[in-house]
Design a protein around this ligand. Structure first.
Ligand code: ADP
Ligand code: ADP
Length: 217
């Protein structure tokens, strides 16, 4: 479960990116986060991931207060998170397989088991058979699937996706959202941000709407 209690985030320079937000996302929910560029969507997701710390209030993820996490405990929480963030770039100096195995390498996974999991994740996102390719030869939509495979390969309980459908045309965007739906169906809690609310409308899910760091109706 994700819980925000009167959370604010003020960046250096005095700008309040999110203001006094309180909400809950129960385990297993798929929820959308809508709002124009600059509304505070990335900031909200980074607060959940512990990448940013709140200036006020409490962010509780799986019962842990993220503000009270120290350097040594943060990696434990991170293991339960899958992140699809714009600044998590694909590495073009290695294969699709090696890109997806990164999160497992970091936690010291057994090589054989890692290989099996990576192939399962690639299969899941529709990239089976492409593991040896350099990611440069993948289309934009396929590169986004690669990022999703990398985010789910360690089977996280929570998946956070920051504008995963940006730069994709409508059909590809719906394919990506269908993929998230399939993770939702196996119990993963998912938060997906987008500035294009029309995409979300077809899914009948809760939409949290942000404007200037606050929720709107
Ligand atoms: P969104 O994801 O909805 O586009 P962001 O959370 O990225 O919104 O940004 C919200 C506001 O916070 C914007 O005005 C942005 O310029 C500002 N902001 C974001 N990150 C930083 C930062 N690291 N330092 C200062 N201001 C920031
Ligand atoms: P495995 O062979 O590792 O058991 P599955 O065939 O069950 O994998 O699932 C394929 C892929 O789907 C997994 O590697 C993982 O990326 C993803 N996946 C399946 N279930 C979950 C889950 N509960 N949480 C996160 N990711 C999952």
């Amino acid at each position: 479960m994700i819980q925000f209690q009167q959370v604010s985030k003020r960046y250096p320079g005095g700008f309040d990116a999110v203001k006094n937000l309180s909400f809950e996302i129960p385990s297993g929910e798929l929820v959308f986060l809508a709002g124009h560029s600059g509304a505070g969507k990335s900031t909200l997701l980074k607060l959940i991931a512990g990448i940013e710390k709140p200036s006020g209030g409490a962010v509780i993820v799986n019962g842990q207060n993220m503000a009270k996490m120290n350097r040594s405990s943060l990696p434990y929480i991170r293991r339960h998170l899958g992140l699809i963030f714009q600044d998590h770039k694909i590495l073009f100096d290695r294969s699709v397989l090696d890109n997806v195995s990164l999160p497992l390498d970091i936690v010291g996974f057994d090589h054989k088991e890692s290989h099996r999991r990576v192939l399962a994740a690639l299969d899941k996102v529709g990239l089976a058979g492409k593991e040896k390719l350099n990611p440069i030869s993948l289309s934009g939509g396929e590169q986004q699937r690669l990022c999703i495979a990398r985010a789910v390969v360690h089977r996280p309980a929570i998946l956070l996706a920051d504008e995963p459908t940006a730069n994709l045309d409508r059909d590809y965007a719906h394919d990506i959202l269908e993929l998230f739906k399939s993770f939702h169906q196996v119990g993963v809690t998912i938060v997906i941000s987008a500035h294009d609310e029309t995409l979300m409308a077809d899914y009948g899910r809760r939409i949290l709407r942000l404007k200037n760091g606050q929720f709107t109706a």
